[in-house]
Design a protein. Structure first.
Lengths: 194, 194
DNA sequence: GGTTTACACTAGCGCTTGCTTGGTTGATCT
DNA sequence: AGATCAACCAAGCAAGCGCTAGTGTAAACC
């Protein structure tokens, strides 16, 4: 019987599922498609996951967990100034899009397909990540680096960043660091032109 | 037989479909649900639309068309300064979220469910809207109102604005004009605090 | 060396899906 | 008065859906 274990096989399957969910969307991805991609038959899939919902939850949990870890790490490694911390957060966010893009896209666009139980569980993770952003933005406000309403500014910034998954091309010339720098320059009152 | 006509009934059905697509998502909205919401039987639905895809296309087309019309109108009515034009665009965008929210959410989140033919047709409309934004941002750059990379700034702004559908509460205290003002203040180099 | 465990298979059940078919109604036009 | 037409309904088909039941097998464990 399957449980909610964390076998390495399950991790690999979750990664493959994320890719398919991005390509086709959760609802259009059938268990048979998932199984084929994984090289097994559809019945065998339910040895690893209780049901299709649990696969979605696993994908989103991993993606959000990674983003949170990376953001924490970035904040610890950077300097203390509000400017540096703002840069670090933006850079970390964009870097996860390179390493973990699929899981992120799923988290953003298939969130509503989670059932109530999974959503309750995962919203804590998501909130933790958003609160991290709000804290850094608070610091930037306090330091006089940016101005405006705390709530609105953080939403605008999150929107600008999350929207990047729609157009950002990892193969292109622009590096995550460039984007992070440009974004921070846009919202701070600096007057340097690029 | 049904054609791609523009009967008033069809418009009404499109509006109802938009609401259901937002509530449930396109894939989870069955033709039976749509029919019930419209007060008819599922078979009768195919008198008005060739297939389910066409309903989605109709919803998105209307929403985007309206947004484009409103933006054009706003630009004509406002002053000539880059600042005024920036404000006008932001205000128009947020106002459509009040009057036409459902269609917009569908356009943003169910775009990928369009088949290739519909997508090709509708992408022209969407591009026209985005180009309008880029033009206004170009003007703001030329006027020295904002700084940075033309492409990046417009993407960031579009992201911040489109993300509003996730958190903006039309019943709340914040009015579209407030948001528009705050957003423009954030990206321009003004140093006024609010 | 016997038992357990992890992982996979085959086969298919019960249900829902988008869509079709053939026919009925009431208003409008000639 | 007859013809036309948009709008609807009842019934159902073929395909696909998530998921289950029961079995096989090789490695791991006591």
């Amino acid at each position: 019987m399957n449980v909610v274990n964390e076998s390495p096989r399950r991790k690999e399957l979750t990664r493959l599922a994320a890719q398919l969910f991005v390509q086709e969307g959760f609802d259009r991805t059938t268990v048979r498609m998932l199984a084929q991609e994984m090289g097994i038959k559809s019945g065998s899939l339910f040895h690893h996951f209780r049901d299709k919902q649990e696969i979605l939850a696993a994908v989103i949990e991993e993606g959000t967990q990674n983003a949170l870890t990376l953001a924490h790490q970035a904040l610890e490694e950077c300097g203390d100034s509000a400017d540096e911390r703002l840069h670090a957060m933006a850079r970390a966010h964009l870097q996860t899009l390179l390493t973990d893009r699929n899981a992120h896209v799923v988290a953003l666009y298939e969130w509503r397909r989670l059932d109530a139980a999974a959503r309750a569980h995962l919203s804590h993770l998501r909130d933790a990540y958003e609160e991290l952003w709000e804290r850094v933005i608070d610091e930037a406000l306090a330091a006089g680096l940016i101005h405006g309403d705390r709530f609105l500014v953080s939403r605008f910034v999150m929107g600008a960043l999350n929207w990047t998954v729609r157009w950002y091309d990892p193969e292109g010339a622009r590096k995550p660091d460039d984007l992070a720098h440009e974004l921070v320059a846009m919202i701070t009152s600096s007057s340097r032109a690029s």
